[in-house]
Design a protein around this ligand. Structure first.
Ligand SMILES: Cc1ncc(COP(=O)(O)O)c(C=O)c1O
Length: 393
């Protein structure tokens, strides 16, 4: 963000100011306050090679997408962001930018099922090796790096769906000491709650489908880095392979990003109430929420996050059938995959988002339920869950 939107005191702008203004100066041609949707595939050249503003073809660059990218880079404390058609497109491009066939990646033993599937069922065939390690155990990561020299440590924190916490600064130290890069999937926290780049990560990856977009109306992904070399190579691969978001999807995502701060405040407040209620409920065996002092990662989460997020998972005493039944009995919590939107969602990871991890080291417990706690009135959410839990006894 430059010029007209700076506070004018020399003090750097705060997070919410960046969310609303970074990359979003009023349109110089018309004064439009909201960045226009440049719904065009190509751009007129003023003579061969005479590009206006560097734009030639929308797979390579598009002004609406550039506005989103500038904003995301500012929010994560990076210098470069690249937007993608989905979180998976961003992950695939990043891994193939940083690794070559025959190399090894340290992956978490708890992560989004689609990320595991990408390593196990797609990139393994390309010749990439992966070693699952419990990333909350930094000594185990160091041992794994000594045993399997790796190009990359891939982290998620908090993890999907077990809400595990990894110490980003400590992982960055372990990775860099071994000559590896650290990538952090920051989808669950969003940059409002956690900024991995200043903590030492080399690249942040997002499913912008989730909290950044925030309204369950658009699928997208992004990479953010402060390393111009990584950004340049990833931009080359993205342009060569083409997994870009369209202008309207970029615009929708950017519209969501502007309210990220206030949304995350409410997500966190509602999730804390839900976690507290579930903790005292007789049908619940365990609540997984990093905001609870009993969570093994609570101290690290408190150190590296400004609040504990909107995702809560819990296990049912009565087992898998009860977990499946609860998912079918809520009224406000909609039974659906995905997360991070204004509306509350409930799902059974074992049979839904993480079915692809069945039989692997990343398999999730069958009695697990995952909640994406939305922005509805907290009392209504608590009543809805209590009713559904009463029905399963
Ligand atoms: C933590 C995490 N990373 C990445 C992804 C993949 O993103 P997308 O669905 O936008 O491709 C997801 C999707 O659920 C996710 O939860």
């Amino acid at each position: 963000m430059a010029g007209p939107n700076e506070p004018g005191t020399g003090r750097p702008p705060g997070f919410d100011t960046l969310a609303i203004h970074a990359g979003q100066d009023p349109d110089p041609l018309t004064g439009a306050v909201v960045p226009p949707i440049y719904q065009t595939s190509t751009f007129k050249q003023d003579g061969v090679g005479g590009l206006r503003g560097g734009f030639e073809y929308s797979r390579t660059a598009n002004p609406t997408r550039s506005a989103l990218e500038e904003c995301l880079a500012a929010l994560e404390g990076g210098t470069h962001a690249l937007a993608f058609a989905s979180g998976m497109a961003a992950e695939d491009c990043l891994i193939r930018t940083l690794c070559a066939p025959g190399e090894t990646v340290i992956i978490p033993d708890d992560a989004y099922g689609g990320t595991y599937r990408l390593f196990a069922a797609v990139l393994a065939r390309w010749g990439l090796r992966y070693v699952p390690v419990s990333l909350h155990d930094v000594a185990a990561v160091r041992r794994a790096l000594a045993e399997h020299p790796a190009r990359l440590v891939w982290a998620e924190t908090p993890t999907n769906p077990l809400l595990g916490i990894a110490d980003i600064a400590a992982l960055a130290g372990a990775a860099h000491d071994a000559g590896a890069r650290l990538v952090v999937d920051n989808t669950f926290a969003s940059p409002r709650l956690q900024r991995p780049l200043p903590l030492g990560a080399d690249v942040v990856v997002h499913s912008t489908t989730k909290y950044l977009g925030g309204h369950s109306d658009v699928v997208g992904g992004a990479l953010v880095t402060a390393d111009p070399g990584i950004a340049e190579r990833a931009a080359f691969l993205r342009n060569a392979t083409g997994g870009v978001p369209g202008p309207f999807d970029s615009w929708l995502t950017l519209r969501g990003v502007r309210t990220l701060g206030v949304r995350m405040d409410r997500h966190c407040a509602n999730a804390a109430r839900v976690a507290e209620m579930l903790r005292g409920h007789p049908a619940v065996a365990e609540v997984l929420y990093p905001g609870l002092p009993s969570h093994p990662g609570h101290a690290i989460a408190a150190k590296q996050m400004s609040a504990f997020g909107g995702m809560v998972s819990f296990r049912l005493r009565a087992g898998e059938d009860a977990a499946v039944a609860v998912c079918g009995r809520t009224r406000l919590f909609t039974l659906a995959e995905s997360l991070g939107g204004v509306e509350s969602l409930i799902e059974h990871p074992g049979r839904m988002t993480h079915a692809s991890a069945a039989g692997s080291p990343l398999e999730v417990p069958p009695d697990l339920v995952r909640l994406s706690v939305g922005l509805e009135d907290g009392d209504d959410l608590l009543d809805d869950l209590r009713e559904a839990l009463r029905a399963v006894g």
